[in-house]
Design a protein around this ligand. Sequence first.
Ligand code: ADP
Ligand code: ZN
Length: 713
Amino acid sequence: MILVDVYTQHPILGNQTLTYSHSSFLKRGIRCWVELVNKKIVGFVARSYEGEVDFDVKPIVSIIDQSPILNEELHQLAIQMSYQTLSPIIRCFQAILPNQLRPKSNHKTIQTIDYVRVKDKTLYQTKRQRQVLEDLSQYDSFNYSSALKKYKSVLKNLIDNGAIERFSKVKEYVEKDIDVQSQNHRLTKSQQQALDAVILNESKTYLLFGATGSGKTEVYLQLASKVLQNKKQVLILVPEISLTPQMIERFQLRFGQDIGIYHSGLNDQEKYEQYLRVKNNEVSIVVGTRSCSFLPFDNLGLIVMDEEHDPSFKQESVPFYHALDVCLWRSQYHNCPLMLGSATPSLESYAKAYKGVYKLLTLPKRINDNLPEITIVDTSKNLRKLEYEVLSQELKKAIEETLARKEQIILLLNRRSYSPIVQCENCLEVLMCPDCDTALSYHKDNHLYQCHTCGYQQQDDSCPKCHHRASLRKGLGTQRLEEIVSQQFPHAKVSRMDADTTRLKNAHFKILDDFTAHRTDILIGTQMIAKGLDIPNVTLVAILKADSALYHEDFSSSEQAFSLILQASGRAGRHDKQGHVIIQSFSSDHYALQYALYQNYLGFFNQEMKYRQSGQYPPYVYMSEILFSHTNKDKALEVADLFGVEYRKNNTLKVLGPVAIRKLAKIERVRIVVKSKNFEQMIQVLTTIHSLKENKLKGVKVVYNVKPLHLTT
Ligand code: ADP
Ligand code: ZN
């Protein structure tokens, strides 16, 4: 009997396979329909072999794919990822595959187009039919619906009598013509040194460290050009969708190619089309965000990860993978260089470069040799005044002057909504989400009180405690900032970019287009506008509540604040005009702000490393977060305790918790953090203890976040 082991998505099974029988051997990576407790579900073939078993095996219901949908490389990658992130392998397959091909979904979602072609030219009965056959035989295939419009029932008759065949093909991307419009710049000495240092055809990681505007992208472009000459492929990863258009454009115009793109702004069908272009070897350069690291390249010659410090490279759900780990793995598999670029490298990457694990390449100066001037305005003094000013006098003056020079302004406030806190006017009770331990934010555009954690919203603002029906809206969100700025500068055109204004497809591009073309003067937004924008006319950047990241008291909050400020500052004065940056903050003497003020990455790095060492935080140790969740807090705590006791038996681990953290969408959560000096050992201990206690979970869900960028609160 031929037996087939398949992975299925089943919460309890994890990486255990189920066994079915089939009439022939199946290659691994083929999807099939199988039956499990009277339900038809999609399975993913792990192996098939000749054998006998002493239990009843059901046959596979049907086969979905003719050939494996994951190649050997990506299959191996999934196994590795499953091991390193402690997540079920099927979840890794899902992360790797485009939505249209995911093991859980039905493959019928893939869009196809119908065509016709002539099968037998002699099968006609009328003159008209003969004419139609004559017409169509000039084409290999002809679009069915156009043919139907043209030939109507004649076509149908010809299909019925077998003269013409109707068939469908997967909808494919139609390539655009793009001309080369930009030339290589003559490299500066340090750019040239960086370019020359990179060895092609060798797996090695480089860290290109240079301020924004120091010419990193030019180095990527010229490196890519060398790789393309060797007929190999180039993968460029960028953090978020707002950044992709600029990078895409620079690569298109330099190489005169309709390059591959892959980001969250594409719908499933568009992503699938791009996936096919890579799979069929129709593109040699792809620019995209995190999930683009999984595209099925077969001959990679270079991987670039721009803004490598950016948190969007880590997926914050199962499997909690980091694109950097995927890239390191693929760089080894393809024997090609991996280049990380940043003005504010993650502590971990810079520490690796410092130790020589990565090769450090430095671009010490901006191309225009002109760093922005940074000023800190201490708003804690403002607090004592009666009227709390959202915009300080210094900032107001700077905005006025910038507008007068017809230059543009970016205002960064990392908080969407109108007011993030709503309090009862009578008893000062804070309005909370009924399902989460999260305060509701007031959104003025639709007059709703929303939970930013779970999406819950309500219209009513009466107090749950004293039933008084009037509330105070406190704090500052981007909507309110937009209102204030519009009132104070009535002649300026103001736009806002945050998760609320960019919900619709292509909304990002519209807002950025308007700003780039100077149809708007002031762009207000959350951290999504802090990165990458390269707009020559922007000369003033202000960061409001710059220290808000520091309130989280997480091991990485200083790093996040420092990097956000420097990234945002990098938007000002990128070309020949002098840039100014104003930071409004309550805690202006915090070292993260002070080093940002002097744009001193190394100073910050040294001080922050001391803190990480004394607190035994990454990069000095490896850390994992284990979350136990259930609707009942006691149950979650009970299972967490069980795991905690086991972890503590192992003296290579340092264990913190269990501790109950914020409830999320009615689910209670309990967290344990473990630290270890040895990564492999940590993974092994966690895996062993998981399998030991797996049958004691009693409905409690356990999720691992290995190497978290910050702790879940
Ligand atoms: P980064 O990626 O570090 O922010 P870019 O590569 O975008 O820097 O360079 C900043 C600006 O300087 C861009 O407008 C770019 O075209 C220009 N530039 C880069 N390298 C050179 C060079 N060697 N000579 C002249 N201009 C350059
Ligand atoms: Zn909620």
